[in-house]
Design a protein around this ligand. Structure first.
Ligand code: FEO
Ligand code: CA
Ligand code: CA
Length: 745
């Protein structure tokens, strides 16, 4: 998400200093890669890139150390930083940049003798069926056109094979449309209308959000495009009816005028990063959704804790309320100020139907999205499944992207049965499998100790607040401390963040994406930056002046701790951790790499160089190639004066931290290489490759003047700069090797 609309206020107000001192943070400890990663059985799930492996020699060394060969090499030349209105890929030659090798003409593969191509695919506004309308610079969007076209501001995405045989050339794409650029959306009329917003403008904007599901296909010239009118194509928007399942469903917390039973709601919003499940469904994650709501009175602790606004909203959709065409409170619901006698008469609880992980079956366009409330309610960046082990719980990791917020883990009650794995084309009821693994389980928040160990802190109603958290509620149950009825699991979920405060979770530098090495089970997560990280020795501040332990209070600023050791952190870091087994509540952690741009201060802790400096890591994906070695891909969201946002790659296995501050250090930093750079104004986000690894998909969000118009094409060359001003379109970009080989190696 663009910095311009982010709301990363200090939403956590606690005095709970996470660590009394950071002086101990580099004491000797167990290596992150050791500690009994004995694996009895790992499911083979080819469709999800999970590989079987075992470590049964009882030498207490990890799979990675036992079985992984010498690190494979990244066989591309790192690209330089770039500040242009074009995507830059390795070895792109001059003729491509001049546009003479237009991909739409299918000539790129023939004319480019080396290096990579980059093609725009499914940019905002691409029709997904015949109810959409062909793109043009002057296209005037309506609610119907937008509901039948690719949404705006692409973010997380994932691919779902239609058949195993064609998984690398023809698949279902599920894509998040995080937020909107009103200037681009309403460019033909000179911008959005004043308040009260016309009903059809609000509807169009609501329909530009959410998720796009389309069938994508590659032709004989390796040009990718949407299969218009495919049975899989659909939009899920911020108005689409969704089911609530898990602890919150049917509770008094989510009773609204729309559904007095509290089991359904309308829409998903600010869908940032994504996840996927082993049973073939897509997970879309609700991040900065609080900004679409206001609640001017009758506020409760969770409204304050999560930052529901007062007096206005981001797009003013609530100002369309009362329009003669308004259907069933479709606009009134964005104002959660109580107006009726009870919750069933108004929308005071509407915000409590948001803030979840949402499961979508991409194979069935008639299925309803399901909000899986057991995974917690906060500003979810994304959601990533942990290593799968037969007979063990299925786990999902998720981060709350605000300054000084937490990392979470959900552990299913049900144990993994490989028979539940997706098989392309199967008629399985995938959402029923989702209910089995995601409705019942335990949620935990992470505590990162200074000695490199960590704990998962349980968040159940009867969990006892520990003395170590330094709270006046020590010894009470979480339900009691939060003023809830005994056993109120729905209440704990509604107040997820306050529960984590009470348990003493570690405030992090804005958790963004995660990814899991499917062989070792190592979890990587980006911590993008944190301007509210205080120097060592300073006291934390709390949002409303109370202590963090009080419901509704959140950290304002928090001092450095071992996992977040840089004050005023402007460049971010990637951390990683590993657990003895999926359901364990302990872990070992380390910093993988610290971001840094070329400035003269002494904070370049990973010794980054011209070929790999970056700031504000965000997207992350573990590519499972190389006999389980894998490639870690890192994307960024913070254009700097040195370069636009970018994609980097590194082979983590074989790199060791030693006595350095991070795994990447002066002695091995050359292994981390810049692979691609995005156009001016954008962030680079969303990432996966086809199973055969010949096509890498990334997203370009909020570009300022890109891509080229190319006579309305939806598949122009991403590496060509427009000759003048264009109406910008967020888009997916597919990067392929000119010779059709595997990318990066
Ligand atoms: Fe939508 Fe935290 O990025
Ligand atoms: Ca609190
Ligand atoms: Ca992000």
């Amino acid at each position: 998400m663009s910095e311009e609309i982010e709301d990363h206020r200090l939403l956590n107000d606690s005095e709970n200093e996470p660590f009394s001192s950071v002086l101990e943070r580099r004491v000797s400890r167990r290596s992150i890669m050791r500690g009994g990663l004995n694996v009895a059985a790992v499911s083979m799930l080819a469709g999800f890139g999970l590989t079987a492996c075992s470590d049964d020699d009882n030498d207490n060394r990890s799979v990675s150390e036992d079985d992984r060969a010498a690190a494979m090499m990244l066989a591309f030349e790192a690209v330089a930083g770039s500040k242009q209105d074009a995507v830059v890929v390795p070895s792109a030659n001059a003729s491509q940049k001049n546009g003479s090798a237009a991909l739409t003409a299918g000539t790129a593969a023939a004319t480019a003798t080396s290096g990579y191509t980059a093609q725009v695919v499914m940019p905002w506004g691409t029709p997904i069926n015949n109810n959409g309308q062909a793109w043009s610079q002057s296209l005037a969007f309506t609610p119907e056109i937008q509901a039948n076209s690719v949404g705006m501001h692409h973010d997380g995405m994932y691919h779902f094979p239609i058949s195993d045989d064609t998984a690398s050339s023809n698949f279902i794409m599920a894509l998040n449309n995080e937020y909107i650029d009103q200037g681009a959306l309403w460019a033909p009329q000179g911008g959005p209308s004043e308040n009260p917003r016309p009903a059809n403008e609000s509807r169009t904007e609501i329909n530009a959000h959410g998720v796009t599901v389309v069938e994508l296909r590659r032709d004989e010239n390796r040009v990718w495009d949407v299969v218009r009118n495919s049975q899989y194509n659909r939009r899920v928007t911020s108005a689409t009816p969704c089911d609530l399942e898990g602890p919150v469903a049917g509770s008094q917390y989510v009773v609204t005028a729309y559904d007095n039973t509290g089991r359904t709601t309308r829409g998903t919003n600010n869908n940032c990063a994504n996840g996927f499940t082993p049973w073939g469904t897509y997970l879309t994650c609700e991040e900065n959704w609080p900004a679409i709501f206001r609640k001017d009175s009758g506020r409760e602790a969770d409204d304050n804790r999560l930052g529901i606004g007062q007096g206005g909203t981001r797009y003013d959709w609530e100002t369309s309320a009362g329009d003669a065409t308004e259907n069933n409170g479709e606009f009134a619901r964005f104002n959660a100020t109580p107006t009726g006698e009870t919750a069933s008469a108004d929308y005071r609880n509407e915000p409590r139907t948001f803030g979840y992980i949402v499961e979508i079956d991409p194979y069935d366009a008639t299925s309803r999205p399901v909000k899986r409330t057991a995974l917690g309610r906060f500003r979810h960046e994304g959601c990533w499944p942990g290593k799968l082990v037969e007979g063990e719980p299925v786990v999902f990791y998720s981060g709350h992207d605000s300054r000084n917020e937490y990392i979470y883990k959900f552990v299913s009650d049900a144990k993994w049965n490989p028979a539940d794995a997706n098989m392309a084309g199967a008629t399985t009821d995938r959402l029923a499998i989702g209910a089995k693994y995601m409705n019942e389980g335990t949620l935990y928040a992470a505590k990162f100790n200074a000695d490199g160990t960590g704990e998962w802190l349980e968040l159940e109603p009867d969990t006892i607040v520990p003395v170590s958290a330094g709270s006046r509620y020590a010894g009470q149950t979480l339900a009691s401390a939060l003023g809830l009825e005994a056993g109120d699991r729905a209440g704990i979920i509604i107040h997820t963040c306050d529960a984590a405060d009470l348990m003493g979770a570690t405030p992090m530098d804005r958790p963004e994406w995660g990814t899991v090495d499917p062989v070792s089970g190592e979890v990587y997560m980006t911590l993008t930056n944190n301007s509210d990280r205080l120097p060592e020795g300073q006291r934390a501040t709390v949002s409303n002046g109370d202590s963090i332990e009080e419901p509704g209070a959140s950290y304002g600023q928090a001092p450095v701790n071992a996992a977040n050791p840089r004050a005023g952190n402007s460049d971010g870091q990637v951390i990683r951790w590993v657990e003895p087994s999926p359901g364990e509540t302990t872990f070992d952690w380390d910093v993988f790499v610290f971001g840094k741009v070329p400035t003269s201060d002494d904070q370049n802790l990973s010794s980054l160089s011209e070929q790999n400096f970056f700031s504000s890591c965000d997207g992350l994906w573990y590519d499972d190639r190389g006999d389980g070695q894998g490639i870690l891909w890192i994307e960024t969201d913070s254009g700097t004066q040195y370069t636009n946002d970018q994609v980097l790659a590194v082979v983590p296995q074989g790199l060791s931290k030693g006595d350095n501050a991070s795994v990447i250090h002066e002695g091995n930093q050359a292994q981390l290489k810049r692979f691609a750079v995005g156009p001016n104004g954008c962030e680079v986000t969303g990432i996966f490759a086809t199973p055969d690894k010949t096509a890498l998909f990334i997203n370009i969000q909020h570009p300022s003047n890109w891509p080229i118009d190319d006579n309305g094409s939806n598949t122009p060359d991403a590496t060509v700069e427009p000759t003048g001003d264009v109406r910008p379109r967020a888009s997916t970009v597919v990067i392929q090797k000119a010779d059709g080989g595997q990318i990066a190696v």
